[in-house]
Design a binder for this molecule. Structure first.
Ligand code: CP
Ligand code: NVA
Length: 318
């Protein structure tokens, strides 16, 4: 589906001034319009100048892709970034969110926040008068999901009849894939070891969003889940903040490595995606990673294009 610039603008005009905390903040048509705009920006068919708008980055966890792609995205839109680390601000010394949010709203035009608790980011959204973007919490990674589905669209042309199988920890990345996939009508099947499945609240939400248009399935059997999959997705077994559980998780996740024998069960045209950073030899084998590297790095590149589209929409630049 190719959308004209006018139709993209009309689909996205409602997002002006909004937050983006969860994939569920977007309707299917809005995601399609964002992906189309991202494609136009990527191909150089569209230029957007927002003037000198300032993006504040408030990150409590490490980041390479999200941080740099947001910095480049706002620069390409004519704006600039202020990189706010916890240590360099009073946030690290306990200044309350309700004060920080109101102060930063007086200086910045938009904030991208990476933190642990999803409630914290919702609290920022409550007190800030500027758009708040979720740059990853323990619950969701909604910017990642936009880049993932752009990559899938680039490969398969459309989402019709696609099965995405996620093998591994039922974490933030899995949650956003499930919700975004449900909104877009993609079947999302998750295989996690017992006790590491996504939260039942998120599964319920994704199933409700999917309705009868697609299937959201959870299993403990990676072989069953990968059967016929067009997209096989994995992420680390221990996310940021779970470092102490890393060794124990290695045991629990035995049999959940995306390797050649697992991939043999997938669709013949399947691709493998990974949000990165990857732990080769754990959630993915070296061989499978390297044979899918071109798509995995397209996926990383697409963070830049979808976030440029997102910033343009939230800042009313269309
Ligand atoms: N995929 C992702 O969010 O990477 P970073 O942690 O490097 O930002
Ligand atoms: N699930 C991972 C994603 C990193 C981009 C984490 O939260 O650490």
């Amino acid at each position: 589906m190719d959308l004209s610039s006018q139709s993209i603008s009309s689909q996205l005009s409602n997002l002006n001034g909004c937050d983006y905390i969860s994939c569920s903040d977007l309707k299917s048509e809005q995601i399609s319009a964002l992906l189309e705009l991202a494609t136009q920006l990527k191909k150089g068919n569209r230029r957007i100048d927002l003037g000198n708008r300032v993006l504040g980055l408030l990150f409590s966890k490490a980041s390479t892709r999200t941080r740099v792609s947001f910095q480049v995205a706002i620069a390409r839109l004519g704006g600039q970034t202020i990189d706010l680390s916890l240590q360099a601000t009073q946030v690290g010394r306990g200044e309350p969110v309700r004060d920080t949010a109101r102060v930063l709203s007086r200086y910045c035009d938009v904030l991208a926040i990476r933190t642990y608790s999803n409630d914290e980011i919702l609290n920022y959204a409550k007190w800030a008068s500027i758009p708040i973007i979720n740059a990853l919490t323990d619950l969701e990674h909604p910017c990642q999901a936009l880049a993932d589905f752009l990559t899938i669209k680039e490969v398969f042309g459309s989402f019709d009849g696609l099965k995405l199988s996620y093998i591994g920890d039922g974490n933030n990345v899995a949650n956003s894939l499930m919700i975004c996939g449900a909104i877009l009508g993609v079947d999302v099947h998750i295989a996690s070891p017992k006790g590491f499945e996504p939260l039942s609240l998120i599964i319920k939400q994704a199933k409700a969003l999917a309705g009868s248009a697609s299937r959201i399935e959870i299993s403990n059997d990676p072989l069953e889940v990968v059967e016929g999959a067009h997209v096989v997705y994995t992420d680390v077994w221990a996310s940021m903040g779970q470092e102490k559980e890393q060794l124990q998780r290695k045991d629990s996740f035995q049999g959940f490595t995306v390797d050649k024998s697992l991939m043999a069960k997938s669709h013949k045209d399947s691709i493998v995606l990974h949000c990165l950073p990857a732990h080769r030899g754990e959630e993915i084998s070296e061989e499978v990673f390297e044979s899918n590297a071109s798509k995995i790095f397209d996926q990383a590149e697409n963070r830049l294009h979808v976030q440029q589209a997102l910033l343009a929409a939230l800042l009313g630049g269309l």
